[in-house]
Design a protein around this ligand. Structure first.
Ligand SMILES: [Zn+2]
Length: 131
């Protein structure tokens, strides 16, 4: 009995197998010689309702948070087309308020996303706002 208990414990540490049947899903009836479904895992052989202390590390989010935050913040802040970049430079040199400049640059990026480029009409329209 001691031997089998130790074996079950070792297997439970290595894989998520049921501690009662050792992952077989069945337990041998020592009286009749037959076997029946394990009452602990109902034949699946997997541990389910017993919390594993090593799972505590999985709930720790502090390790993953920094990378998630970087990925979420990473949004395009500069135009991708040449004419859009030139326009953004003109905006940054303008006398407009920072809020207005940021809004115009966002408009360029959105315009590029929908049109795939900065159209001449759009460039003219933005330059008009620069005064
Ligand atoms: Zn079992």
């Amino acid at each position: 009995m001691v031997m089998s208990a130790r074996r079950d414990y070792k297997e439970a540490m290595e894989i998520d197998s049921c501690r009662v049947c050792g992952g077989d899903g069945r337990i041998t009836n020592s009286f009749g010689g037959g076997s029946k479904s394990c009452p602990s895992c109902h034949g699946s052989g997997r541990r389910s309702n017993e919390p594993l202390f090593r799972d505590v590390t999985k709930t720790k989010e502090s390790h993953h948070k920094p990378t998630n935050r970087v990925a979420r913040v990473e949004k395009q802040t500069t135009p991708s087309s040449a004419s859009g970049l030139v326009l953004a430079q003109e905006i940054s040199r303008s006398t407009l308020s920072e809020e207005a400049r940021n809004r115009l640059v966002r408009e360029i990026i959105e315009h590029e996303e929908t049109h795939g480029m900065c159209t001449k009409t759009f460039v003219r329209k933005v330059r008009k706002q620069l005064g």
